[in-house]
Design a protein around this ligand. Sequence first.
Ligand SMILES: Cc1ncc(COP(=O)(O)O)c(C=O)c1O
Length: 377
Amino acid sequence: MSTSPHYKVIGGHFEIDDDLIKGPPRGDISAWGGHGQYELFATGRCALASILLAYSLKFGRNAKILIPEYSCLTTTLQAIRFANCSYDFYAGSTQGMKAHELVAKADSQVSHILLVNYFGLFRNDGVAAMIKHVRPDIKVILDCVSDLYFSIDQTVLPLGVDYIFTSHRKFLPVPDGAILRKADCALEVRCAELENTISSRILAAGRSKALAHHASDSNAMNERDRYGLMLYQSAIADLAKASPGMSPSRKSNEILIRLDAQAIRKKRRENYEFLASELSDIEGITFLKSKLEASNVPLCIPVLVEGDRRDQLRKFLQSHEVFCPVHWAIPVEVRSMITADTNALYDNQLSLVIDQRYGPRQLVKMVECIHSFMKYL
Ligand SMILES: Cc1ncc(COP(=O)(O)O)c(C=O)c1O
């Protein structure tokens, strides 16, 4: 794993190339959560759609699922629509999910509840077990797309959880791939069979795409970067449309078994602690969680930017080649269906980058940029 001081641009998709497949494997898929009964899919949404489709096939009626207001709704709703399910929201976010409120919201039609672990930082300990206690008929799905290491560390699924799914490319330099784990009593989910050829295009985009992806001025790109970017973006768009039965690419698995899960864990935690401490006295930014727990492996540092300045700060950082994502874009039609608090969360949240590519040099640059933005406003 490189934590190269050469990174000038901070953030964005991982660079992926054939160098990652050099050398002998370190282990097998179990290092990335392949424990017990599991299936491999191309994406997290393929896994979710497959769970819901398995229910329709078995019972001859479409599923109804309760989902939290705060999540990656674009992709979640895409999977739900694919499976032709109905859904309803509950007021779930990083502030926790209350099992009794969830159960009260679940009418007799509800067949599934989706819980979401957030950012490797916020879990739902005990909620699934409490739901199951009152409504054993409801299947509980735990979305660990932004909490990959939770799934890795749980050799047995938590009590009451029927399914856990992940998506590797949010944490790792792989083109695709997701693991769906299931409890013994959960319904069989059809394994992914369609061959995945999308990843070869992502790999072909090679090293060029990372820099190109971030260049705000496309005139500044050279021919190779521009081509890489085009290839990358069209492949990602096709991955987003992948049908539920699509498997992860062979290349993804080859990369996965060569990555060092423990080194990545350590680096992410160190970066989180370093950046959080450097920004501890900053005004205008609130940390959703300032101290890591021993079991946390963060996706990012999620913060709230006060005073409607999130988009301004993000733009300012971009102008200094620091690309911080927002989790998540909210579909317009959802705005009026959810609480004001969750709307505010969508509007103010920003994810500071702390992934394994970076070290103190890049983090200090980020701190300096944030300080200068706050100072001159
Ligand atoms: C919380 C969460 N769930 C599900 C997904 C969908 O994952 P995928 O892009 O692998 O389909 C995402 C994507 O970012 C996510 O953030």
